[in-house]
Design a protein around this ligand. Sequence first.
Ligand code: TRH
Length: 348
Amino acid sequence: MPRPPLRWDLFCRVIDNHGDAGVCWRLAADLGARGHAVRLVIDDTSPLAWMAPSGATGVVVQPWPGETAAPVGDVVIEAFGCDPPPAFVDAMAARPTPPVWINLEYLSAEDWVERAHGLPSPQPCGITKWFLFPGFTPRTAGLLREPGLLARRARFDGRAWLAARGWAARPGERVVLLFSYANTCLEPLRDELAQAPTLLLVPPGPAQATAAAWAPRPNLRVLPLPYVSQVDFDHLLWSADLNFVRGEDSLVRALWAGAPFVWQAYPQDDGVHLEKLAALLARLGAAPAVAALWRAWNGAPGATWPGLPPAAAWQPALARFSSQLQAQADLAGTLEAFAERQAAGSCA
Ligand code: TRH
């Protein structure tokens, strides 16, 4: 059953890197494609110039603070606890029917997420704010997965796409995408990749800066990439035989890409990222060789570079995890259903 279109206000503050804008843009575009009207209010619109150069159906972007006033939509999402401007909250409270107010939290595979997902928090303005968590289990809000995404991936010819972009792989070359934070394992990785013909695609960021200083090696072609659109970032992931990803959004996209991948958690001083890493490895059911690689890649204490396992070491766990995740509701769909339920409740 198609859902009735709603008006959504999505607030985003860019704290660090590209994940804040990346997650919010992807969600906005997904909701827009489902027929909703989305206003994305974001305090730094600059990443959208390369992430979403063509915009998206149903989505308007508005700088924050700007004129973030009425009319307030049916649903207000603040991403990652970013607190909408007070004047906007006043306008929310003044609406005859208050909007559904959602705080969309960061992604984590940890167990506590299921307990925290869906908790209400009554606010001084009289509206309840709901804490929703994306996640990897049916008792969370799920992961962003646009309708038809996996069918599009299945039809995609990665080698042809790379060639059309001018980044063609040579016959017999494996393609590796390297999107990471600063990482002490970059050199062992480089040395291992150089043992077989490899095209290493490196998006902008710390790894690109490091790789720029590497001396040429016969088997290893390092290709620094420009920023590409989010749609083409998916195409890169779909074209590679092995993906290194980081943070939140590229992790989810690597899961849907289906190729072996290594995840670098967003590093946190207190080491919390290692708990997030362990939680995801447990949910993934990764083979010991894969888990050892992920731990080393994340600088876990005592972990040393274990080498790259063969693709076969990844596949059973990845295939099982992916089909389990595909059976769950996706994030935009969960938010739609939640908003509808809450709106119906407030009218009753
Ligand atoms: O950039 P990130 O490290 O973002 C991080 C994480 O989200 C982290 O959890 C969060 O706490 C921190 O930001 C503040 O990695 P992530 O999440 O993969 O986001 C990258 C986004 O950039 C993703 O949407 C893909 C997009 N992207 C492109 O669209 N084109 C590109 O060329 C590149 C390199 C990235």
